[in-house]
Design a protein around this ligand. Structure first.
Ligand code: UDP
Length: 312
């Protein structure tokens, strides 16, 4: 297959590109590098089946015939999408529409990277795909949440009206090597702080929960979904749920650090809990996460150690 990956220089886009190349496909990766980094794809420099174009997908473009489009482009960490508020809304709307036009033009499959943020601060726990969510449409996080919700509506409209073979993955918190060390997410912050001997910044009381999926599990789920006949959203995430305090302890253990915890204010509209119900993924895709948090942190340690060494 000839595959277009948007956001190819990002955390998930680069891992997905590696998997696709490993399976023998050719990949055109595009990224405007607003949050992605060439470092994530530097190892592909000599790979003849990979081509990279720096471009903003919000402007219409024609990559030529493609068999599949993976739309992974978007700022994704809270500090980054707050910094890039309007860009985040545009990539979810105009950018996503442009990728759907490409899929429609070439009869390609299309998978859109959606998010557990579609559920907002959920009143239903764990979250099933048929839960409509509890999203503040005008709060600071709305630039991300509503862009992703609009994108889901757009994808479904292209499926229903233009018969595009679309797929929607709702991605829950994911971590692993190439998670940007300074993009402000909890695992990257804690790993870097622990390795640099700095206090771990716990926002709020640390009682809020998240469920962390290791990147290889997530990519496997995405690929299975892309090859399925399912067009409605599918949660991909690890249902093992941790409080942020438990997460901090797990990072201290994995790094052998004796850093202290420092409590800081909770960001506005920070969801109090999050855990995927993965019955749909289990049933439809035969998918199951395999890597537990402890193991995934160990697998990520080398990456963060290198990053920490580069900052001192
Ligand atoms: N968080 C924290 N300390 C940090 C970064 C994040 O306590 O240094 C908390 C944050 O408030 C949230 C959770 O960890 O409750 C996950 O945050 P992240 O930004 O990784 O992703 P989110 O799930 O909020 O999109």
């Amino acid at each position: 297959m000839h595959v277009l990956v948007t956001g190819a220089a990002g955390f998930l886009g680069s891992h997905l590109t590696d998997r696709l190349l490993g399976e023998g496909h050719t990949v055109l990766g595009v990224d405007n590098l607003s949050t992605g980094s060439m470092e994530n794809i530097a190892h592909l420099a000599g790979e003849s089946r990979f081509r990279f174009e720096q471009r903003d997908i919000c402007k219409p473009f024609d990559p030529g015939p493609v068999d599949y489009v993976f739309n992974m482009a978007s700022p994704a960490s809270p500090p980054e999408y707050l910094r890039l508020a309007i860009e985040t809304l545009r990539v979810g709307s105009a950018g996503t529409e442009n990728t759907l036009e490409i899929a429609a033009k070439y009869g390609a499959g299309h998978l859109h990277a959606s998010t557990s943020e579609c559920y907002g601060d959920p009143l239903q726990h764990p979250q099933t795909e048929d839960y409509w969510g509890n999203v503040n449409p005008v709060g600071p996080r709305s630039v991300y949440d509503e862009a992703k919700r609009y994108a889901e509506a757009l994808v479904m409209a292209y499926h229903r009206s233009r018969k595009v073979n679309t797929h929607l993955v709702r991605i829950f918190n994911t971590y692993g090597p190439r998670l940007h060390p300074s993009d402000g997410r909890v695992i990257s912050n804690f790993m870097m702080q622990a390795l640099l001997g700095k206090p771990l910044t716990v926002y709020g009381s640390g009682d809020q929960t998240r469920s962390f999926c290791y990147v290889s599990d997530l990519i496997e789920g995405i690929l299975r979904l892309s090859r399925s006949n399912e067009h409605m959203p599918v949660n991909i995430g690890n249902p093992d749920e941790f409080t942020i305090l438990e997460c901090a302890q797990a990072v201290l253990k994995a790094t052998g650090s004796s850093s202290e915890l420092r409590f800081e204010p909770l960001p506005e509209d920070d969801p109090t809990r999050r855990r995927p119900d993965i019955t749909r993924a289990r049933t439809l895709l035969g998918w199951e996460p395999r890597v537990a948090l402890k193991e995934g942190l160990a697998l990520s340690l080398e990456f963060f150690k290198t990053k920490a060494a580069a900052t001192v």
